[in-house]
Design a protein around this ligand. Structure first.
Ligand code: B12
Length: 458
């Protein structure tokens, strides 16, 4: 059969970092591998990287039997819009939806234009579905909701399976993928899950309770095949297992692999392996994204972080000493007072992470925070577009929403335009990339200014 796989463009109403951070559509690259193994013909289309976004042109030219949409962030509208367009073009085409948002809220896609919704994807359930479509049968399949069965499912759920992505399928778009100032870059996932239990994080729920590691030789082989020089390792915490990291470095050195790596790492992992960072740096680890979250031990404790303020400081120093940049991520708590914002700004000047980003606290329904903040929500749970980790969605307790957005701006601007960050960016990225970063930041600034003037809903 012929299968068209599409990543929709992100709905403009969603507050995201997409102007300066967007990567390859790993999910549909994995699905491409599965389908090709089964002998199907596949075309991958990435509307995040295309400007004309003409679905009908692809439907006309490729003539697919099946169209699959991936849902990466909390975007429902665009996926359903394209599903409807497909069915209107030819109602005989089978429409499938998968991806992260389908895992989180499959019910959002239970719509007359969608035939199947994958809550989870494996080689096995995809094979079973393709056989069903070919044979026109209707049996229940694990991990899949079917329109013909009124989207009912009685089977137990399973976990997503990582299949080596078919990166050739996205070849024509790959030069466009950018991560901050790095462009182009490739993304790889080498492990699933996390050993920490931060109260705000949904990744444990998505990736399973424990930590599952892919064999490191398989990972290095995949890295060696990448055409891109920069690799973002998107594991929750790539720095957990010292033995595995040593094997990783051994293999990089033995095989003469020289690339630049950006990875996520927790403070406790950094502090446990202080001695390893010189070698990690020599082998190309240039930035670690660290969840530093707050300026106060009380907030860190409330998030169930496994590190204190003191630990955070030491971790940043370990990275600095080894020439590795800290890309610190922080949470803006709805109970901040003006004084808290002020202390926060002071703390950032003291800590000096090379890059800083903020996320308002999002009490996702997959986390224990949902119950805690349910009665303070600005947007209901099914206002999906607002749950993209970019908007303030809990009413602040110590000031108006308008004032809160103003405080966000007051911290956001110096956090991005300070001497440490400017020097780092000028040293690390080209003029063009720096311009892109400023432009991307400017877009987010505009959204916050707009929100401030709207004083949204208060
Ligand atoms: C890497 C990553 C990024 C990267 C790159 C994303 C990109 N490609 O552009 C960057 C940093 C740029 C990023 C940005 C954002 N991200 Co992000 N990101 C991730 C991360 C860590 C991994 C995603 C990934 O590639 N996984 C590996 C692939 C293989 O998994 P997968 O896509 O789920 O695919 C599997 C199945 O779902 C299935 N599948 C996928 N598609 C399809 C399609 C069909 C038809 C079928 C049948 C199956 C199928 O096949 C695969 C089999 O294993 C996830 C965390 C996570 N665990 O998912 C967060 C995550 C997806 N991101 C998230 C968010 C919110 C964002 C932002 C919106 C944040 C913001 N406000 O700006 C932005 C969006 C901007 C953008 N560019 O998209 C949230 C999404 C939450 C939600 N939906 O409610 C997550 C879950 C993180 C979190 N908060 O916990 N992200």
């Amino acid at each position: 059969m012929k299968v068209l796989l599409v990543r929709p463009h992100i709905n403009k109403k969603i507050t995201t970092v997409k102007k300066f951070m967007f990567g390859e559509p790993l999910g549909i690259e994995c699905v491409t591998t599965i389908l090709k193994e089964l002998g199907h013909e596949v075309l991958l289309v990435d509307f995040m990287a295309e400007s004309h976004r003409n679905l009908v042109k692809y439907l006309k030219e490729f003539k697919p039997d099946v169209v699959g949409f991936t849902s990466q962030c909390s975007d429902i509208t665009n996926v359903l819009y394209l599903a409807e367009k497909t069915k209107k073009y030819n109602h005989k085409i089978t429409v499938i939806v998968g991806g992260i948002q389908a895992t989180i809220t499959p019910e959002a896609y239970f719509n007359r234009h969608v035939d199947y919704v994958f809550k989870t994807t494996t080689r096995e359930n995809y094979k079973a579905l393709m056989e069903q479509i070919e044979n026109k049968t209707d049996e229940e399949i694990m991990g899949i909701f079917s329109k013909k069965l009124q989207y009912q499912s009685t089977l137990p759920s399973c976990q997503n399976e990582y299949v080596k992505p078919d990166r050739e399928a996205s070849r024509k778009y790959r030069h466009k993928y950018k991560y901050g100032g790095y462009q182009p870059y490739a993304t790889i996932q080498t492990s699933y899950g996390c050993r920490n239990h931060c109260t705000f994080c949904i990744r444990r729920k998505l990736e399973g309770p424990g930590v599952t590691e892919r064999p490191i030789d398989e990972v290095v082989k995949e890295i060696a095949e990448l055409k891109e020089d920069t690799v973002m390792i998107c594991d929750s915490d790539f720095l957990i297992n010292e033995e595995r990291l040593n094997q990783f470095l051994d293999l990089l050195e033995e095989n003469n692999i020289h690339k630049t790596y950006i990875c996520y790492g927790s403070v406790n992992s950094i502090l446990e392996k202080e001695g390893l960072f010189e070698r990690l740096s020599k082998n190309g680890v240039k930035a670690v994204i660290v969840g530093l979250e707050s300026f106060s031990d009380a907030f860190l404790k409330s998030y169930n972080k496994s590190a204190s303020l003191d630990d955070n400081y030491k971790a940043v120093q370990v990275l600095k000493k080894n020439g590795i940049a800290t890309w610190g991520t922080f949470i803006l708590h709805p109970d901040f007072s003006k004084e808290d914002f002020k202390t926060f700004r002071k703390y950032l000047r003291y800590l000096k992470p090379e890059m800083i980003s903020f996320t308002p606290l999002v009490p996702h329904f997959l986390t224990p925070l949902y119950k805690q903040y349910e009665d303070r929500l600005i947007y209901p749970r099914d206002d999906y577009e607002k749950w993209s980790f970019g908007d303030v969605i809990i009413y602040p307790s110590k000031m108006s929403l308008r004032r809160y957005y103003f405080e966000v701006l007051k911290i956001g601007v110096p956090a991005n335009f300070n001497l440490c960050t400017i020097k780092y960016c000028l040293r690390t990225f080209s003029f063009k990339q720096n311009f892109g970063l400023i432009f991307g930041f400017d877009q987010i600034l505009k959204v916050y200014i707009k929100n401030m003037f709207k004083g949204s809903k208060q």
